[in-house]
Design a protein around this ligand. Structure first.
Ligand SMILES: Cc1cc2nc3c(=O)[nH]c(=O)nc-3n(C[C@H](O)[C@H](O)[C@H](O)COP(=O)(O)OP(=O)(O)OC[C@H]3O[C@@H](n4cnc5c(N)ncnc54)[C@H](O)[C@@H]3O)c2cc1C
Length: 295
């Protein structure tokens, strides 16, 4: 069984795509929870789903396990992520071969973050320094592979300037990537401004906005600190007001995401990518389900 290329789905352009991002769980109990949530989320009929690639260790094997599980649940296309961290060129080639043979025709091609405790990315011996090199390898090895790449509306933390960051994004697309999925953001103005700057730089590819339905103040503060993105004061205030009431905080997150999605759909985005963190409640909420159905 081979997946359809996401580039083909985007080219149809008849409605904005909906996609969900999962991550490989650390243990069997979390894997069982993912299966349960994966089953429930089928009701929302996403156009594609993805699974991230861990920084190392057992979660890497689990990326393939999760992708297979998502396939077994009936999702298609299923897009594994792949990073350059800790891999030589030969290893990346071997992984691409394995996935391509298994019919995965979409890969999210990433550099990956520096390992914990290191501020700078160091390539493996005979490995890659930038995601563009991975896109290059994948597209030369398998021209029928559709590659997605990451974009940063608030600029990647290591970039020397916003302009340089967009230039590097263009290099990934010029190497053959088909679309961009953005880092999460909570203020749509960052996304609109980013798309404007990308278009000005000659980037015409679809740019899918990545959104996180927030669950708690602690979680969003952690995510914003890791991803170096702005937490709007109003969202922070509403989450503070929810206090220790988890349900109330999740409701704030759903309402905020719904407001973002409504506005993005009105402005004609090519899709909505949700960082669902293996949870189902936000995507299944009435607010978001209605918006998905109205696409
Ligand atoms: C949608 C999405 C999905 C993600 N999935 C994962 C995942 O599954 N696993 C994971 O570990 N991480 C994931 N990440 C995080 C990502 O790996 C990090 O943000 C990482 O720090 C950068 O990866 P990249 O692919 O954007 O790198 P690159 O595109 O290589 O960019 C990294 C930095 O280098 C700069 N740069 C690029 N090319 C050059 C050049 N030629 N010369 C000088 N500077 C250059 C860029 O401006 C940027 O600052 C994801 C991020 C996003 C937005």
């Amino acid at each position: 069984m081979s997946d359809k290329q996401i580039s083909e789905l985007l080219a149809r352009n008849n409605k904005p795509l909906l996609s969900f991002e999962f991550f490989p769980p650390k243990d069997d109990a979390a894997m069982a929870a993912l299966r349960q949530n994966g089953e429930a989320l089928r009701a929302t009929k996403p156009d594609f789903v993805t699974c991230t690639y861990g920084a190392g260790g057992t979660t890497r094997q689990r990326t393939m396990e999760v992708c297979q599980l998502l396939r077994d649940l009936g999702y298609a296309p299923v897009m594994p992520h792949l990073t350059c961290v800790g891999h030589s060129r030969n290893e990346l080639e071997a992984l691409a071969r394995e996935w391509h043979q298994a019919g995965y025709l979409n890969i999210m091609a990433l550099r990956g973050d520096p390992p914990r405790g290191f501020s700078q990315f160091r390539p493996s011996p005979d490995g890659f320094t930038h995601a563009a090199e991975l896109v290059d390898l994948l597209k030369i090895q398998y021209p029928d592979l559709c590659c997605g790449v990451a974009g940063y509306p608030e600029t990647h933390p290591e970039a020397v300037s916003p302009e340089a960051d967009i230039r590097h994004l263009k290099t990934k697309l010029d190497a053959g990537a088909s679309f961009v999925t953005t880092q999460l953001f909570f203020d749509n103005e960052f996304y609109y401004d980013y798309v404007r700057r990308c278009r000005k730089a000659g980037i015409e590819h679809p740019i899918l906005p990545g959104l996180l339905p927030v669950l708690s103040l602690k979680q969003v503060q952690r995510m914003c600190s890791i991803c170096k993105v702005v937490l709007p004061a109003e969202l922070e205030k509403q989450l503070e007001a929810a206090g220790d009431d988890h349900a109330a905080a999740a409701q704030v997150g759903i309402r905020w995401a719904a407001g973002q999605i409504k506005d993005l759909l009105k402005k004609g985005v090519p899709g909505i990518h949700l960082y669902i963190l293996n949870r189902a409640e936000a995507a299944l909420s009435d607010e978001l389900a209605q918006l998905f159905a109205s696409r």
